[in-house]
Design a protein around this ligand. Structure first.
Ligand code: ADP
Ligand code: MG
Length: 701
């Protein structure tokens, strides 16, 4: 594999700039880490004031060294970093890690210096990790590089781990002897001046030594790119993301409902789900999920059997299963019969199967094997609470065999006495995964199950469709050009709908009552009257919408009413015109929207519309472009869907035409960068084809 990042993890030689002979300083500790872990390459140390540090001879300049150097690690004081960096470039080093802090993270001056580093790096095809980072680790036996100042080291595995926070990485490394977390490659990306999560995704995707990618991120450097990359990678390599800084403020400047509802965190969630990455909430969940992906095959379904020797823990675990959208399997009757033959008669034979504290190692194993044969069981969780008389070591040894031999996931969670762990650490099977909580196994199982679903979806869903023809596209462009930087005018909205064949309700724009009286006949009563003005965003909020107008007389008083309401709100007459519309009787109001996220780009939204938008917050997003399947899924997953499907004997609504509109909106967002946000709110949907109507729409350029 040839990549500009390879030498960060596999350098044949490295040099430290800023190594120090002072014990306890970073420049000392990092060299100690490198030596202690047994780096297999050549080490050079630059220090004009010392002859040797920790037994390594020092050089005073890079020029003195005749060997080729693959990697430079800079820990110099901030004011010397630039000079040191330039020296590395002159020496022809192509990979540089800057650990030193005090750059972008401290303000403008630091940012300037950081930009300078980046500029030099780009001009010379040098890749830069950091600044303000903690370094890299590669636990591979052929490399053994620990270029961090954390002394503790993980067990080797094929998990890659990226951390945007050095301190969080330190917390993980410092506790590794208790947690047992494992990984192969680690990188602290710091300020991400050059190398960021997208570069590493791409790199690890192609690295055969990595089979799961984990990331702690506080921000996405380029969300859209992450999404595209991850979508390509996740079907073959799981990506697990722990995202911090989940502030939930919506986009404050948004004019549309969609924009206001699209909080940054919601879009992150949407993007991760849609690209098939898994989002986790804790460090523990992240590493345990990574190991689970390596250990277990994906379950066929979400039906779980629970085998326990303790009632209460079994009940709590079942509650957790439900929280994680997993189901209890109903055991086959033959299976129950066979369980009765081997378990105490007082046991519970339903699910959870509670064998009571008397269950021995052999009984545990036999029962587990019987349950796993059941076709209605997709995975098994086994709980063990150590009773007096039963030896934990025996039980877990037997269960470890069950875990190893099963094609279905077998998750063990155990609560033995403390002395067990020491013994297991020495003599137990190292490959066995034993959890110590009731909350974690259901979460892990959910990730396994969801991964299976997402892979299927991604594989089924590769192409998105394009419906717009060139002619339509050009016509629409003209409309958007003449409405630059604002809300699209009503008459142009009608034109947009016509071009896209969106089912907008029959409408006409008039200046006043007089004009309305001349023209209303082309609509059939009952009709609707609305105010139309750039100063009014939410018309009904100010009494600007009157529906179900049955005759001319009512139309006259509707005009009067709206004019009065406008006066009360001091809305100027000169900017006001009126919209007459056919009245759509009955139906269900839904919202379809679009929004351009600053990081993840165009998204579309579906949910309950009209008055319900703010009330039930049924906002379901997807990154555009969407496929037909994704459009339908967006509808199925909404809170309003049960109502659309037909509630209490009512006739159901065909969702295909709604999905079609969503697809068109996705197209619109993809084709026209100038569209900032838009709402169709409401689209009033009814049973029967062609009866759904858009009664209100806004597009913001
Ligand atoms: P706004 O969103 O600016 O307040 P709308 O045009 O969406 O104004 O109208 C508000 C509400 O009035 C809609 O949610 C819907 O309940 C009702 N409404 C508006 N136009 C029609 C129509 N043509 N037929 C039936 N009901 C309508
Ligand atoms: Mg509306």
């Amino acid at each position: 594999m040839d990549s500009s990042l390879r030498k960060f993890f596999n350098p044949n030689s490295l040099v430290l700039l800023g190594a120090s002979s002072k014990e306890g300083s970073i420049g000392y500790e990092i060299l100690k880490s490198i030596l202690k872990f047994g780096y297999t390459g050549k080490i050079f140390v630059l220090n004009p004031n010392s002859k040797e540090i920790l037994g390594v001879q020092c050089n005073s300049t890079l020029a003195e060294i005749s060997d080729k150097i693959d990697l430079a690690i800079i820990l110099l004081p901030k004011k010397l970093v630039l000079q040191g960096f330039k020296e590395c470039v002159r020496k022809g080093i192509k990979n540089v890690i800057v650990i030193t802090a005090g750059f972008k993270e401290v303000g403008d001056e630091g940012a300037k210096l950081e930009n300078e580093l980046l500029k030099i790096a780009m001009e010379n095809q040098v890749r830069l990790i950091g600044p303000n980072c903690m370094g890299v680790i590669n636990t591979d036996a052929t490399v053994k590089l620990n270029a961090t100042f954390a002394a503790e080291l993980p067990k080797h595995s094929k998990t890659a781990f990226l951390s945007q926070s050095g301190a969080l990485a330190a917390a993980v490394l410092n506790t590794i002897s208790q947690t047992g977390f494992s990984f192969g490659q680690f990188v602290s990306v710091g300020n991400k001046a050059d190398v960021n999560e997208n570069d590493l995704l791409d790199y690890w995707a192609n690295d055969p030594n990595v089979d799961v990618i984990t990331m702690y991120l506080e921000s996405f450097e380029d969300g859209r790119k992450f999404y595209e990359l991850a979508k390509r990678i996740t079907p073959t390599k799981p990506i697990i993301v722990l995202k911090g800084a989940c502030s939930d403020a919506g986009s404050k400047a948004a004019i549309s409902h969609t924009g206001a509802l699209a909080s940054a965190d919601k879009i992150v969630n949407t993007a991760l789900k849609q690209c098939g990455a898994m989002r986790v909430e804790t460090i523990e969940e992240m590493f345990e999920t990574a190991s689970a992906f390596q250990k277990f095959s994906l379950p066929k379904g979400n039906r779980v059997a629970v085998l326990t020797n303790a009632g209460g823990p079994g009940i709590l675990l079942v509650d957790e299963l439900e929280r994680n959208n997993l189901k209890l399997s109903s055991l086959n009757i033959n299976r129950t019969k066979r369980l009765r033959e081997i378990l105490l008669p007082e046991s519970s034979f339903g699910n959870p199967i509670d064998m009571l504290p008397g269950a021995t190692a052999q009984i545990y194993k036999n029962a587990a094997e019987i349950i796993l044969e059941d076709n209605d069981v997709d995975s098994l969780i086994i709980i063990f609470v150590e009773p007096v008389m039963i030896d934990s070591f025996d039980v877990l040894s037997f269960l470890s065999i069950v875990q190893k031999n099963s094609r279905k996931p077998v998750l063990l969670t155990a609560f033995p006495l403390p002395r067990f762990w020491g013994r297991w650490g020495k003599l137990g099977d190292k490959e066995t995964i034993i959890y110590k909580s009731l909350e974690l196994p259901p979460k892990i199982l959910r990730h396994l199950w969801e991964r299976k679903l997402r892979i299927e979806e991604l594989n089924a869903n590769r192409k998105s469709l394009s419906k717009l023809k060139t002619k339509e596209r050009d016509d629409l462009q003209k409309i958007f050009d003449r409405n630059k930087d604002q809300l699209i005018q009503q008459k142009d909205l009608q034109a947009v709908c016509k071009k896209l064949k969106l089912p907008i309700v029959k409408s006409m724009l008039v200046e006043n009552l007089k004009e309305a009286k001349q023209k209303f006949k082309s609509l059939k009563f009952p009709i609707v009257l609305k105010v139309e003005s750039p100063d009014v965003i939410h018309k009904s909020d100010i009494g600007g919408v009157i529906t179900n107008i049955k005759n001319l007389q009512e139309l006259e008083s509707a005009f009067k009413q709206i004019r009065q309401n406008l006066k009360k709100k001091k809305i100027a007459g000169k900017n006001v015109s009126y919209l007459l519309q056919e009245f759509v009787n009955g139906g269900i109001e839904v919202i379809i929207g679009g929004f351009r996220d600053p990081g993840f780009g165009p998204v579309v939204m579906f949910g309950a519309g009209g008055k319900l938008v703010e009330l039930i917050k049924d906002n379901n997003f997807a990154l555009a472009p969407i496929t037909k399947h994704e459009a339908e899924k967006l509808i199925y997953n909404s809170k309003i869907y049960p109502l659309l499907k037909g509630f209490r004997g009512e006739k159901g609504i065909d969702i295909k035409p709604i999905a079609e509109i969503l697809l068109l909106c996705s197209e619109l967002m993809m084709n026209y960068d100038e569209i900032k946000e838009f709402d169709i709110n409401p689209l009033i949907v009814k049973p029967g084809r062609g009866k759904s109507k858009i009664v209100d729409m806004r597009i913001i350029l």
